[in-house]
Design a protein around this ligand. Structure first.
Ligand code: ADP
Ligand code: MG
Length: 251
């Protein structure tokens, strides 16, 4: 679940970004859209507790983030959040399996090779465990990065522009893979994108089957003067569906 209230973030020396409130039940999907520069990646960084808001509050996976200090935030993030960054950040010197092992080392846990292989298998890339990232196609590399994101079975999956460098077919596959992976884990899924193909793909194939909320950030950023003008605030267009619909049960 993700709950935000009057969230703002000011980059040092930059304008203040303001975000509409949102309530996303556990297991539901949030489609975070808006033009480049409107603040989608910043919103994801706030939800992942990578940066702290300059105003407002947020609760993610039942954790009020204002209560977390630096080290606690790192430990919480490692267990609760699966992040699929726009640039995948796979280590070029390591094999696919070693890239996934890093998740356990970083979390101070023993390496679970069986879990690594099972996760790669779920995502259809079990045959690539011994390859280096340079030996993967774009779609394969993204599956590996998604495997890394979900290795510790996070409660929340955050995907930043997951279709940015993919052709139409691969983009559709990527979105469906995110939806099915989140459903298996009953994880809350956020897809941040300026790509209209994502909404089209979700609407066509999954309408009525998932708890989908659209959140569009409509303002690029607000200057100090604009922040006091309420008609310029971002608008929220959210439809609310119960999370149970995700599991296919009738409410
Ligand atoms: P999006 O992901 O929607 O393209 P971002 O969250 O990356 O938007 O950026 C939102 C706004 O914040 C943009 O106007 C961008 O220029 C600004 N911004 C992003 N990162 C920084 C930074 N490190 N310092 C100052 N301004 C930044
Ligand atoms: Mg971005």
């Amino acid at each position: 679940m993700i709950r935000t209230r009057q969230l703002q973030y000011a980059y040092p020396g930059g304008a203040t970004l303001t975000f509409p409130d949102v309530d996303v039940p556990q297991g539901a999907v949030l489609l975070l859209s808006g033009p480049s520069g409107c603040g989608k990646s910043t919103w994801l960084a706030l939800v992942a507790a990578l940066v702290a808001p300059t105003a407002g509050e947020l609760t993610v996976a039942e954790q009020p983030l204002s209560a977390l200090k630096n080290i606690a935030a790192d430990a919480w993030r490692a267990g609760a959040i699966g992040f699929l960054p726009q640039k995948l950040h796979l280590s070029a010197a390591l094999t696919v399996q070693q890239n996934l092992s890093l998740v356990f080392w970083a979390g101070g846990q023993p390496e679970d090779v069986e879990r690594i292989h099972a996760t790669l298998q779920t995502l259809g890339v079990q045959g690539l465990a011994q390859r280096k990232p340079s030996q993967l196609s774009g779609g394969q590399a993204q599956r590996v990065a998604l495997a890394r994101a979900v290795l510790r079975r996070p409660l929340v999956i955050l995907a930043d522009e997951p279709t940015a460098s993919l052709d139409d077919e691969a983009a559709g596959d990527a979105v469906n893979l995110l939806l099915s992976t989140a459903r298996q884990l009953n994880a809350t899924l956020v897809i941040a994108t300026h790509d209209a193909r994502v909404a089209a793909c979700i609407d066509l194939r999954n309408k009525g089957q998932i708890g989908l909320q659209p959140l569009r950030i409509v303002r690029k950023q607000l200057s100090k003067k604009e922040q006091s003008e309420p008609d310029l605030q971002a608008h929220l267009h959210a439809a609310h569906y119960p999370a149970q619909q995700l599991q296919g049960s009738t409410p």
